[in-house]
Design a protein around this ligand. Structure first.
Ligand code: FES
Length: 169
């Protein structure tokens, strides 16, 4: 069966325990953020409200909304690369699955994954593992923990993407 060209894109599901905090239930939380036509399949877009930057991604599973901050060191993912459901960060080459919120490739700087497991600094193949020089910088990299994404519910109304956001502060 073929999908009509003008069919609305699906909304990608996300793990219930990863809903962004502070987002109330109910219709009042939804705000119009973008025309559907402005988010083609395979693209990403940043929308900002106050100091909240939201990443909209049109993945192969549908549209998803999360913070436009890399879960490693907060780089804007919206200027990274989207491949299917995986977003690549422009800063340290970390890759994150937008379906689960999990890293699928740790940043080159290493650190702690969401479960607290330590990953060393990346070393190119065939070379001796890099040894971080002692000091606060290396310590900070090693102790930086990647959090799983937190997600904002999304819906489509009258050709507009709406995202449920926390109340304006
Ligand atoms: S800030 Fe994204 S991988 Fe480091």
């Amino acid at each position: 069966m073929t999908t009509p060209i003008d069919a609305e894109p699906p909304i990608a599901p996300f793990p219930a325990n990863l809903r962004a905090s502070g987002v109330p239930e109910g219709d009042d939380a939804f705000e119009q953020v973008l025309d559907v036509a402005e988010l083609a399949p395979g693209t990403m877009h940043r929308v900002s409200r106050g100091d909240l930057d939201v990443l909209l991604a049109h993945t192969t599973d549908g549209i998803v909304a999360t913070n436009d901050r890399c879960p490693h060191m907060s780089a804007p993912l919206s200027i990274g690369e989207l491949d299917g459901c995986v977003v690549a960060c422009p800063l340290h080459e970390g890759r994150f699955d937008l379906r689960s919120g999990d890293p699928v490739r740790m940043p080159t700087t290493g650190g702690l994954d969401p479960d607290g497991v330590y990953h060393p600094t990346w070393t190119p193949g065939g070379r001796e593992p890099k040894v971080d020089p002692p000091g606060k910088k290396a310590q900070a990299r090693a102790l930086t923990r990647i959090r799983r994404f937190r997600y904002y519910p999304v819906r489509i109304r009258d050709g507009r993407i709406e995202v449920a956001l926390p109340p304006k502060g």
